[in-house]
Design a protein around this ligand. Structure first.
Ligand SMILES: [Zn+2]
Length: 302
């Protein structure tokens, strides 16, 4: 997700920007004030939380070293290293990115400089490398990519990394630690906030809904699910709540588009109002969420 403030115009301007650019938007965050919180979720598996605006990091520690899922914003690097030093003295060997947004990848370069091998879906690397403005440094780019799925055997784990088809973006990865039964789902709908949708990075409303349903087929009721934000862990209950909310709001907006309503009219009609109370903040306001859904559906709904 991205940090967005201000009017719909500002929101639309951000929609036109690319993932890495969101790092510049992050300057509104008071990084100095943020404490990284470390939560153990299974033997050898932790979540580092940096507040609602940062992507949650999953950490595998063991005799093979450290594997991270996502890297937060760049100014968080030293805080992440300090948190890691408290749980392991091993080096960071691998970093898997769930998708290209800056709150999940802007810390890549610093991790690569420490020797971490960065892994992502092929499309994610492609989009990162092709960014014209605010292109990331070469070291921030993944060096190991895949298309459908891959399995990494590390710290006694079978780490299954798969691509859920275009969802939040067209380069998403979901990371499943099979033995521990822990899954990091990135920004596929899970925690109880309004989700961002990478509508200009190949993501779509229907793709996000499909990916959340697929998570519930690949995982099971006991799986500890690490969401991209908030958490530290959720389960099928939260995913189902998100699916229910998302489905209702999607249908309301699709109906309004078919009736010829403009974006301004749809936002003003507050189609999320009955769900707002149960959402847990984060950077995506109800109006922004509605704008994202409208932007996506207005391309396809007739
Ligand atoms: Zn995102």
């Amino acid at each position: 997700m991205r940090i967005v403030a201000g009017s719909q115009l500002a929101a639309i301007a951000v929609l036109a920007s690319t993932g890495w650019f969101s790092n510049a938007r992050a300057q509104n965050i008071d990084f100095g004030a943020i404490e990284v919180q470390t939560v153990k979720v299974a033997d050898g598996l932790y979540v580092l939380l940096g507040g609602a605006a940062q992507g949650n990091i999953a950490v595998s520690v063991g005799s093979d070293g450290i594997l991270l899922v996502d890297s937060m914003y760049a100014p968080m690097h030293q805080k992440i290293m300090d948190a890691l030093a408290r749980i392991s003295r091993q080096p960071v060997r691998y970093l898997v990115n769930t998708h290209l947004h800056g709150d999940h990848t802007a810390g890549n370069e610093a991790m690569a400089k420490l020797g971490a091998v960065i892994i992502s879906h092929e499309n994610m690397r492609k989009r990162m490398a092709e960014q014209q403005n605010n292109a990331p440094p070469a070291a921030a780019l993944p060096v190991l990519t895949y298309t459908d799925s891959m399995t990494l055997r590390f710290n006694g784990e079978e780490i299954y990394i798969y691509h859920p088809e275009p969802a939040h973006t067209d380069g998403d990865s979901i990371i499943y630690f099979r033995h521990a039964n822990v899954m990091h789902v990135g920004d596929v709908p899970s925690s109880l906030r309004y989700p961002n949708i990478g509508v200009n990075e190949g993501g779509s409303v229907d793709g996000m809904l499909a990916a959340a349903r697929q998570v519930m087929k690949i995982a099971n009721e006991n799986t500890k699910i690490i969401p991209g934000h908030l958490g530290p862990v959720v389960g099928f209950k939260e995913i189902q709540q998100q699916l229910d909310m998302f489905g209702v709001v999607r249908d309301r907006i699709a109906t309004a588009i078919r009736a010829g309503k403009t974006l301004q009219e749809v936002v003003a009609s507050k189609p999320t109002a009955d769900f707002d109370q149960d959402r847990m903040g984060g950077a995506i306001t109800p109006d922004r969420f509605v704008t994202l859904i409208y932007t996506d559906l207005s391309r396809s709904v007739k």
